[in-house]
Design a protein around this ligand. Structure first.
Ligand SMILES: Nc1ncnc2c1ncn2[C@@H]1O[C@H](COP(=O)(O)OP(=O)(O)OP(=O)(O)O)[C@@H](O)[C@H]1O
Ligand SMILES: [Mg+2]
Length: 228
């Protein structure tokens, strides 16, 4: 089976004033369909930088990123934007919901943006909100929801357009441990029901066991690669 994502010897250097800072120093990673992987590591170790490269939000300085065998790290902005709209869902630490829109409207917005035919919206919005367990909160706005509920809306929004890949950057960082565990259960269900691959970052050591594989980022490299 071919990997969905293949990251090959990726390096990333940022310009900070006159200085160059090398954040990723040769990362290799393969992600298969329906896999759940976690990237852990200290603040500043390069987790978000790597997630951005996998999701086509940025391109590496060296090395390659493949999405379904296509070399997306050579694609231009327009091509990568199109890929993101169609095949990738993003979830952030701070939920990133539209504050004036209800849960329902937030999810609907994602379908509008992805170009999903309007006739499919109602069924899909309902399905996604039910999947994350928000049956009774569909018409609440973000400020009327708890942090855990807001994150569940954000997850429903991220999966609405049926992406192949979900990228979640510290999705539980602003939640207490109970809500964090609930979010993990929601993810487990989504992987099973929607056939997505999930790649997430976290600092929380109690969440690690849910994943199929945990990579530890240490100073811009995975620790298992460092030992080689
Ligand atoms: N656009 C940028 N320009 C310059 N430096 C950057 C840029 N983006 C990230 N960095 C630097 O790269 C390093 C890694 O950042 P990154 O956000 O990937 O870390 P992280 O592992 O996600 O940390 P955290 O756990 O705090 O989210 C940091 O030192 C950061 O300052
Ligand atoms: Mg980060």
């Amino acid at each position: 089976m071919e990997p969905m994502i293949r990251v090959n010897q990726v390096e990333k250097t940022f310009e900070a004033g006159s200085r160059q800072v090398q954040v990723l120093k040769g990362v290799r990673l393969e992600l298969y369909a329906r896999q759940w992987i976690i990237i852990r590591g200290r603040s500043g170790s390069g987790k978000t930088t790597l997630l951005n490269l996998i999701g086509g939000l940025d391109i590496p300085t060296q090395g390659e990123v493949y999405f379904q065998e296509e070399l997306i790290s050579m694609w231009n902005d327009l091509q990568r934007t199109k890929l993101r709209k169609q095949k990738i869902g993003f979830i952030f630490q701070s939920f990133a919901l539209m504050p004036l829109l209800s849960a329902w409207e937030n999810v609907e917005l994602s379908l509008r943006m992805s170009g999903t035919p309007r006739v499919e919206w109602k069924h899909r919005v309902q399905h996604c909100l039910e999947l994350v367990g928000l049956n009774k909160r569909m018409h609440h706005r973000p400020f009327e929801l708890s942090g855990g509920e807001q994150q569940r809306v954000a997850i429903a929004k991220a999966i609405a357009h049926k992406p192949l890949l979900l990228l979640a950057d510290e999705p539980t960082a602003e939640l207490d441990s109970l809500m964090g565990a609930q979010i993990m259960r929601v993810f487990r269900e989504i992987i099973a029901e929607e056939n997505v691959t999930l790649c997430m970052t976290t600092h929380d050591p109690t969440l690690m066991e849910v994943a199929d594989h945990v990579y530890e980022m240490v100073d811009g490299q995975f620790s298992s690669d460092k030992e080689l």
